[in-house]
Write a protein that binds this ligand. Structure first.
Ligand code: SIN
Length: 284
């Protein structure tokens, strides 16, 4: 394979061309892709036709896989795949609707958060249903050294129930998240600034989705700080907005980027994505 990699914005996202993910990738090709992913946080590969098995096989090159706590939304024949979809068949949703309609980093509510999320688009609206990605590394670099040093001393609580409550009132009854899922994911603490294990880059690991509060601050100080950091990280110069096309495979690095799915499409606009999540490492 003759692979080329081209940045999509100065701070975040690259597109790789000349790759066929349905075939086994040589170590050198995979290293080119992985290095671009770790450095730029988003790796886009278009025009892929993958079976669920091929999707999982590609994801396994990144590391050990992890499963979403909402196991009822996994693909029965390939449970490593989390189905994100607004489509109903015989009156039942075939996947999770309204997933991630707020800025977050996948599985930040777990002791071991996610490394990569690898999404394959099967169906998407012609217009709408885009996803935004923000560079938490470029945003950290842009802070004053004084604020950087202050933030590096802090830890924050991340909570699955809190993040879920941001969409719970928009969900169809069928999709309401159950108490057992919340009990399975109690709140956890992570450093506010984490170090990317591959690149050594410092990134902001709080987000307005799952982060509840910064432990060393008062509630008011913490709310203001999280709001400030949310505005800072999501400034247009740190953001790549992806318009999905069928066949897209997009890998995002949850250690370096936040993301937010945009809920601007109607229930009649079919959207069907398969996502595989790769397990990360402890944050401290
Ligand atoms: C997610 O947060 O995994 C959902 C992303 C999307 O549907 O675009």
């Amino acid at each position: 394979m003759n692979v080329s990699v081209k940045p999509l914005t100065p701070h975040i996202a690259v597109e790789a061309r000349g790759v066929d993910l349905s075939k086994a990738l040589g170590d050198n090709v995979f290293k080119t892709l992985y290095d671009a992913f770790a450095k730029h946080s988003i790796l886009l590969i278009r025009d892929q036709k993958l079976t669920p098995e091929q999707h999982v096989a590609f994801a396994e090159r990144f590391g050990e896989l992890d499963r979403h706590v909402l196991t009822e939304n996994s693909l029965p024949e390939q449970p490593e795949i989390f189905v994100v979809s607004n489509i109903k068949e015989k009156g039942k949703f075939i996947g999770r609707a309204k997933a991630g309609w707020f800025w977050h980093s996948d599985f930040s509510y777990q002791e071991i958060p996610a490394q990569a999320s690898i999404m394959h688009t099967l169906e998407c609206p012609d217009v709408g249903g885009d996803t935004m990605f923000a560079s938490a590394g470029a945003a950290f670099d842009a802070l004053s050294p004084t604020l950087q040093r202050f933030l590096e001393k802090l830890t924050a609580i991340h909570d699955f129930q809190l993040g879920s409550s941001r969409v719970q009132n928009k969900l169809n009854k069928q999709q309401l998240i159950k108490k057992k899922h919340f009990d399975d994911r109690p709140p956890v603490s992570h450093p506010v600034v984490r170090i990317h294990p591959d690149t050594g880059r410092k990134t902001l690991f709080v987000d307005p989705g799952y982060t509840d509060y910064i432990e060393q601050l008062t509630r008011e100080e913490s709310d203001n700080m999280i709001n400030y950091l949310a505005r800072h990280v999501t400034q247009p110069e740190f953001v790549y907005r992806h318009h999905w096309e069928p066949g897209d495979v997009l890998c995002w690095d949850n250690r370096g980027a936040w993301h937010c799915a945009i809920g601007d499409y109607s229930d009649d606009d079919r959207r069907l994505m398969h996502r595989v999540t790769v397990k990360g490492t402890a944050t401290s």
